[in-house]
Ligand binder design. Structure first.
Ligand SMILES: NC(=O)c1ccc[n+]([C@@H]2O[C@H](COP(=O)([O-])OP(=O)(O)OC[C@H]3O[C@@H](n4cnc5c(N)ncnc54)[C@H](OP(=O)(O)O)[C@@H]3O)[C@@H](O)[C@H]2O)c1
Length: 394
């Protein structure tokens, strides 16, 4: 039986991971959980899975949770970043699923790797911020880093058994649904609301990644993530829009053959594979029925309509701390859009502005990365404060 700790257990990925655990109760034991503040969901999860350790980032929420589970023996609740680190490194866990999302996942992920844990990995922001450091830590500690993110899992699966990926790969093709605004003209994007942007056509996910899908920043972050995960040059990574989200991504080989991974739009499949790798167990998800009349469409991405993509390619190309600034400022800017403080097309405008202001540090240390994260968030906040909301195209 594998013992796992789940960071971000109250979120979309965390709940899907617990559903996988439930399906294969004889395979897994949940020993640790962590979240930011959702005490209601954590209480329910503690009563159901009886983990030894639970971390709640917000200290007041941790206090409330302790009071609620006074009747339960054997579960300790810790608060703040120390609590997160404790769950990420707990001796009872052999694998840590990082389903937190955002820069808050960086230190716990590195701590888990350095504690020798295998990682089921979905937090693309961590790889974007610190891909070189994560890869070095994975190598030094001899652990497995298995992607969950649909596109990364697809490429990981296509690459299995490849002897010399560098020589054999012609390019990676990351598929994109195109998000809710694929068919809307650019001029109309200035006035779209958070409610419209949160209507993803194919996937039900947390708010941050759903807005990133609408701006296509999500694809930009995945390009950077793929560069580090698969140790591949940027020039060999392309995006193709595939509105049906059935092909999760592809690898085109040097000989012109292309391998694709297909499946239903259900994250439990990728989560389960990361937890059982290299085994495949049955999964109670709807099957892909290709005998049903179906057409798969593919089309190029529109860089002009979705400027976040070019920002991400620039960040990846320049490297150093610029991807940190892109990703960390994006967290702040997406939140401002959700709060209706800025318009949809202000997202790339503000991000571009913050990136322009940044003095890039090449080959950053962890300290440089944490400083760039702090700088990017505070600069984004001050740019937003002085920004006039744009709701029409000029
Ligand atoms: N959802 C998907 O289907 C999907 C698909 C591909 C990739 N991903 C990636 O998976 C990651 C998570 O996405 P999601 O959609 O699951 O997000 P989500 O639904 O917003 O969940 C985020 C989780 O992280 C916790 N969290 C956030 N900040 C924290 C902090 N500072 N300390 C401790 N816990 C914290 C949240 O706790 P609270 O609930 O208490 O706030 C919640 O449990 C992202 O990197 C995303 O890009 C997600």
């Amino acid at each position: 039986m594998k013992h796992i700790a789940i960071l971000g257990s109250t979120g979309s990925i965390g709940k899907n991971a617990l559903s996988v655990v439930e399906t294969h109760a004889a395979e897994f034991k949940v020993v640790g959980l962590a979240a930011k503040r959702d005490v209601d969901t954590l209480e329910h999860q503690i009563r159901r899975y009886r983990p030894a350790l639970v971390a709640v980032n917000e200290p007041t929420a941790a206090g409330r949770l302790r009071a609620r589970i006074r009747d339960i023996n054997g579960t300790q609740v810790l608060a703040g970043s120390e609590g997160l680190q404790a769950v990420a490194t707990m001796p009872q866990a052999s694998q840590v699923l990082d389903g937190m999302g955002g820069s808050a996942g960086l230190l716990p992920t590195l701590a888990a790797i350095n504690a020798g844990k295998d990682i089921a990995f979905v937090n693309k922001e961590v790889m974007v911020m610190a891909g070189a450091l994560v890869n070095a830590a994975v190598k030094a500690n001899g652990v497995n880093l298995i992607p969950i993110d649909g596109e990364m899992s697809a490429i990981f699966q296509c690459l299995e058994g490849t002897r010399d990926p560098q020589a054999d790969i012609h390019r990676l093709l990351i598929t994109a649904s195109g998000g809710p605004f694929r068919e809307i003209p650019k001029a109309e994007l200035y006035s779209v609301t958070p409610e419209q942007a949160l209507q993803h056509p194919n996937w039900k996910m947390g708010q941050k990644i759903t807005i990133d899908s609408a701006t296509m920043m999500n694809k930009g972050l995945e390009v950077i993530e793929a560069k580090w995960l698969f140790n591949i040059e940027l020039s060999k990574i392309d995006i193709v829009v595939h509105p049906e989200s059935i092909v999760h991504s592809m690898v085109e080989w040097a000989d012109g053959s292309t391998l694709a991974q297909l499946g239903p739009t259900d994250m439990r499949i990728m989560i389960q594979y990361a937890l059982t790798y290299p085994r495949r167990l049955s999964a109670p998800v709807p099957r892909l029925d290709l005998q049903e009349a179906r057409t798969l469409h593919f089309e190029p991405v529109d860089f002009e309509k979705f400027p976040c993509l070019s920002l991400a390619y620039t960040a990846a190309d320049v490297g150093g701390t610029l991807p940190v600034v892109l990703s960390s400022a994006d967290e702040v800017v997406v939140e401002a859009f959700l709060n209706t403080d800025i318009g949809f097309m202000d997202i790339p405008a503000i991000l571009g502005h913050v990136m322009d202001k940044h003095a890039v540090v090449g080959e950053p240390t962890l300290t440089d990365i944490l400083e760039a994260d702090r700088w990017a968030k505070s600069t984004a906040r001050s740019v937003i404060k002085n920004h006039t909301k744009t709701t029409i195209s000029h």
